[in-house]
Write a protein that binds this ligand. Structure first.
Ligand code: MLT
Ligand code: MN
Ligand code: ZN
Length: 299
């Protein structure tokens, strides 16, 4: 299995257009300690020929330009991108679908909740349903994507997308709003959870023994955004588990035996983005890597 990290940042990217938090300030200054990062997306392939995008970020056009494996190979209209899978309906995972217009046949996979958002928004009509098939992911039912790759969606604690929040917000429920994706090819297993509100027994069970685990790395501390004066929202309120603390992912996933563990979907406020920071040292000492754009992993 081949995996390319197209974008390793959470919504907003690094730096974010309207942010001068300590991490963004270093990125704006081109300080080598903070790499610029685009928004959350991967490309996955079992054979290096047929590729599936995992989420379509607002940065997708630039991500395709930067990734030769995703360029057209044949004359006329062509793309090695066979389909797109969605972890949820957040803007950073959905907006790039609009980049994939121009009448290219594709298979789109998401839960009923994600597909309902797409069906309910007239703008996504640019993806003609006759060419871009909508395929529903059902929890725990493997889907054969062809070329030796299969995927299984599983429930992950989360919440509805920000733009669909209402007065009675349910946080941390295992619903169709957020799923993890488990890929299998050639006897290898890759588990991807860029959004996760807390480490449930189901999350632990899925992560255990994976050849590769990519996990929500939005913030280091739960009160990261409030403490910087950027937002009133804690990570928990945003549907993300922080890395630090007794209930954080470093502690709650410390018993996981995985071939490789990467934090992905990193918010620009997260100090692990600064090479040489104490927080970067802490995650690395715990056996985690911090994902970066363009990273290629072969399992
Ligand atoms: C998130 O992951 O929390 C969302 O991407 C936030 C957002 O949509 O801005
Ligand atoms: Mn996000
Ligand atoms: Zn920032």
């Amino acid at each position: 299995m081949n995996i390319i990290v197209l974008g390793s940042a959470a919504g907003g990217g690094v730096p974010q257009w309207n942010c001068r938090c300590p991490v963004c300030a270093l990125a704006w200054a081109n300080d080598g300690r903070v790499l610029p990062r685009s928004q959350s997306s991967l490309a996955v392939s079992a054979d290096g020929t047929d590729w599936f995008l995992v989420n379509a970020s607002p940065d997708l056009r630039q991500q395709i330009l930067a990734t030769p494996a995703l360029h057209p190979r044949h004359a006329g209209r062509d793309s090695p991108i066979r389909g797109v899978l969605l972890n949820n309906g957040d803007v950073d995972h959905l907006a790039g679908l609009l980049t994939l217009r121009e009448r290219q046949p594709l298979s789109l996979y998401g839960t009923g909740a994600a597909l309902d958002i797409i069906a309910g928004n007239a703008l996504f009509g640019v993806l003609d349903a006759e060419l871009v098939t909508r395929n529903r992911l059902v929890f725990d039912i493997p889907v054969d994507l062809g070329s030796g790759l299969s995927v299984t969606a599983f429930a992950v604690p989360g919440k509805v997308p920000l733009y669909m929040e209402s007065g009675s917000l349910a946080l941390g429920e295992e619903t169709e709003n957020v799923v993890g994706l488990e890929f299998r090819a050639g006897g290898r297993r890759f588990v991807h959870m860029p959004n996760c509100a807390f480490v449930s027994p189901a999350v632990t069970a899925r992560a255990q023994g994976a050849d590769l685990l990519m996990f929500d790395g939005t913030t280091f501390t739960d009160d990261e955004m409030p403490s910087l004066g950027l937002s009133l929202k804690t990570a928990a309120r945003m549907g993300h588990i922080a890395m630090d603390g007794p209930e954080g992912s470093l502690a709650r996933l410390s018993g996981i035996d995985a071939g490789r563990k990467l934090f992905i979907h990193l918010n620009n406020t997260n100090p692990v983005l600064i090479e040489g920071s104490d927080q970067r040292a802490r995650v690395e000492a715990a056996g985690w890597e911090v994902a970066r754009d363009g990273m290629e992993i072969r399992l």
